[in-house]
Design a protein around this ligand. Structure first.
Ligand SMILES: [Zn+2]
Length: 86
């Protein structure tokens, strides 16, 4: 049980994780997240899974994607997403 008055909970940890991976968190948020991770093993497990999944997707997609498709995807991303149909 954390008794130091920390108002940082697992939910926030999960919500900040994507930004943490992108490196876009403020120094304070990053510190809070890392502090939380230092004493919350479920969140540590979650982070590990999250990282492993992201890595797996990247390597798997990169390996499975033909060069032409990759080029097209880059092109597509460079020109932005088309407006979404409603
Ligand atoms: Zn947690």
């Amino acid at each position: 049980m954390a008794a130091n008055g920390s108002a940082f909970y697992c939910r926030e940890c999960v919500e900040l994780l994507a930004d943490y991976m992108d490196g876009t968190l403020s120094a304070q948020q990053k510190e809070q997240l890392e502090d939380h991770l230092s004493h919350c093993s479920p969140c540590v497990t979650f982070v590990r899974t999250y990282k492993a999944t992201a890595r797996l997707c990247r390597t798997h997609l990169a390996a499975a994607m033909p060069q032409e498709l990759s080029n097209r995807l880059h092109n597509f991303l460079a020109h932005g997403l088309p407006p979404r149909k409603v």
